[in-house]
Design a protein around this ligand. Structure first.
Ligand code: SF4
Length: 449
């Protein structure tokens, strides 16, 4: 067993990482699907979209070849509607709510339809939005992820100058760095951020981390308001013996490397265990397989009924040949010469429901051992507690506490993963919109601290 890079040929990498949801091949194919829509009144698909995209309207606009209008309808509610059409768990959102499900027929392919005009808009740089005349107000945004970008776009449209401080060297946050490359490519993410910035009035300062390169008090002094949308990032530790061995990596770091360094350069084991069953765990497991790992096992301490990923995600993992070990909790990682060799798991059974309503796993005292040379930790992410504690922001173990969209500091607003601990991209976009609307109201009423 060994951890190796360059396991496959360029052709194999390209094949394994090709688009999982290909777009409509022709205009006719898009029109046929769009014409299946019943254009429901009080449409459940719209209600189930966290950003409230008017789904029947944008689909109707496709049927009349009004693609600019359609893209505008989408972007007006969700400026990252292009990326969201590729990464949203639509089976539990819009497509899951489509009335066709009640008739036991295939729901409208809303994501694929949403991708149709938005991809064209981004590729052809359609200037769908214009800025209002300058108000002379300026706002600082921390984090160029979905929350920060969505907040910045809303404010810039209203004539406010926005400066975004981003610690990475690219914008897009989780969309750019934390999602499987076969769902959304790094090139698309770059184009999407470029499209958002093409509105004007938004400057991104890269390599700038809050509490390291820039202080919150400085931002409060220099801007009319501040929006914090810096997300979560640190991988939750397993806190078991052997976690320090060579071959133990965290899922976000693993996914980040794939996107930042390219497929061939990413080392992967022969036999890989992935701890967790959320979307990040699935993305890490499927990509480990696609990088050439011979065997990948997802290890989860509960059962399929309680898993956080969707059935569709699980299906993707299974189709990629990943196995799942249910009711198993990592207990110890054993190694030889500093390198991972085995993962010992406690066999669990379900007890009573915990605070989240899910039945709590209880150790049976038995163990099961997996022969592995790589362990990928995807047991969740933790808030940036040290960063937040370096400020006077009220927080709950690193998660910012807000009222409405406002922190305890006047003029400082926050939203997205740094507040809720980690949700979908589309939730962060909505949080950014809400924060932007609250800031607009604040700065235009001259409530300067
Ligand atoms: Fe169209 Fe389905 Fe939405 Fe109705 S619920 S408007 S059929 S996409």
């Amino acid at each position: 067993m060994a951890i190796l890079d360059h396991r496959l040929t360029d052709k194999e990498y390209a094949q394994n990482f090709s688009d999982i949801h290909p777009p409509f091949e022709t205009r006719d194919a898009a029109l046929v699907e769009a014409n299946r829509c019943l254009f429901c009144y009080d449409a459940p698909c719209t209600k189930s979209c966290p950003t409230g995209i008017n789904v029947p309207k944008f689909i109707k606009q496709i049927t009349t070849d009004n693609l600019k209008g359609s893209a505008y309808t989408i972007f007006q509610q969700n400026i990252m509607g292009g990326g969201c059409s590729k990464v949203c768990p639509v089976e539990k959102l819009c497509e899951g709510a489509c009335v066709y499900n009640l008739m036991e027929e295939k729901p409208i392919a809303i994501a694929k339809l949403q991708r149709y005009p938005t991809e064209k808009a981004i590729a052809e740089k359609w200037p769908l939005f214009t800025r209002k005349p300058s108000t002379g107000k300026k706002v600082a945004v921390v984090g160029a992820g979905p929350a920060g970008l969505s907040c910045a776009h809303l404010l810039s449209r209203e004539g406010i100058d926005v400066t975004i401080y981003e610690k990475e060297n690219k914008g897009g946050g989780l969309m750019t760095y934390g999602i499987a490359a076969y769902k959304v490519t790094p090139a698309f993410c770059e184009d999407e951020v470029g499209y958002i910035l093409s509105l004007g009035g938004i400057t991104i300062k890269y390599g700038m981390e809050l509490s390291r390169d820039i202080q919150l008090e400085q931002l409060r002094k220099n801007y009319d308001a501040v929006y914090l949308g810096f997300g979560v990032g640190l991988a939750r530790q397993l806190e078991i013996p052997g976690e320090e061995l060579q071959g133990v990596v965290d899922a976000i770091g693993f996914i980040y490397t794939i996107r930042a360094n390219g497929y061939p350069a990413v080392p992967v084991g022969d036999k890989v265990a992935v701890i967790g069953m959320g979307m990040t765990a699935i993305d890490a497991a499927t990509q480990a397989r696609r990088l050439g790992a011979k065997e990948v096992t997802l290890v989860y301490r509960r059962t399929q009924e309680e898993m956080p990923c969707t059935e569709t995600e699980l299906e993707i993992a299974r189709l990629d040949g990943c196995k799942v070990l249910w009711l198993a909790a990592p207990k110890e990682i054993l190694g030889e010469e500093g390198q991972v060799r085995q993962l010992v798991c406690s066999v669990m059974q379900l007890g009573i429901a915990d605070g989240s309503g899910r039945r709590y796993p209880v150790d049976t005292g038995e163990t099961v051992t997996l022969e592995v040379d790589m362990v990928i930790k995807a047991a969740g992410q933790m808030p940036y507690e040290a960063l937040v504690n370096a400020t006077s922001l009220t927080n709950d173990r690193g998660r910012l506490v807000i009222t409405g969209n406002t922190t305890n500091l006047p003029g400082v607003f926050a939203g997205g993963d740094c507040v809720n601990g980690g949700k979908e991209v589309v939730d962060a976009v909505q949080a950014g919109k809400d924060g932007g609307a609250a800031i607009l109201n604040y700065v235009m009423n001259n409530q300067r601290h």
